[in-house]
Design a protein around this ligand. Sequence first.
Ligand SMILES: Cc1cc2nc3c(=O)[nH]c(=O)nc-3n(C[C@H](O)[C@H](O)[C@H](O)COP(=O)(O)O)c2cc1C
Length: 191
Amino acid sequence: MEKSEIGRNFFIPMPVVLVGTQVNGKANFMAVGWCSRANPTPPMILCGIANAHHTPKGIATTETFSVNVPSAALVEKTDYCGLVSGNTVDKSGVFDVFYGTLQTAPMIRECPVNLECRLVQTIPLPTHMIFIGEIVGAYADEGVIRDGKPDYAAIDPLLLTMPDNRYHRLGEHAGDAWSAGRNLVQQAPGA
Ligand SMILES: Cc1cc2nc3c(=O)[nH]c(=O)nc-3n(C[C@H](O)[C@H](O)[C@H](O)COP(=O)(O)O)c2cc1C
């Protein structure tokens, strides 16, 4: 099949999270799409955040941050936290805030899942910083736990596509990971 040039800012759906920080003693939350697991043991997560935002100030001074997973029902407040900056607007009252073992990583009670992180590494890029944090606490609402595990359908996370800038919800189950390819493993040369 012929390939067409599509521009270099395309990517497949990304998670939408709210990164929480404390700046000058006040909680602040920003929407983040560039977020990923980074290391399994100890568990680490990374976020790509523009230098000009308010959030990097809080991460730099407290060396902590939180990653909160909003459900689709929180789309309006989530988008708001991506539209306005703590540089000019006080976002500390947007959500009900709680703290875990780290006393400087504000978390959002309304979000079904919350991770509190201790900064372990910062990687500077031309306009953004990659903040890598170790997850020191992970919390979920009892209502989204099924058989002892967080249930993704109940969490109902938001996904982001760019550059069309749209939010989506989870689609259909397409197969099981580390399992769907097993027949091919058995047929592999040298198996
Ligand atoms: C859905 C969504 C995802 C976003 N993802 C990111 C991101 O990954 N990195 C980033 O630097 N800005 C991202 N932004 C923009 C910031 O959330 C926005 O500029 C926000 O106002 C920054 O808040 P702060 O200045 O209080 O830290 C995103 C915005 C939206 C709406």
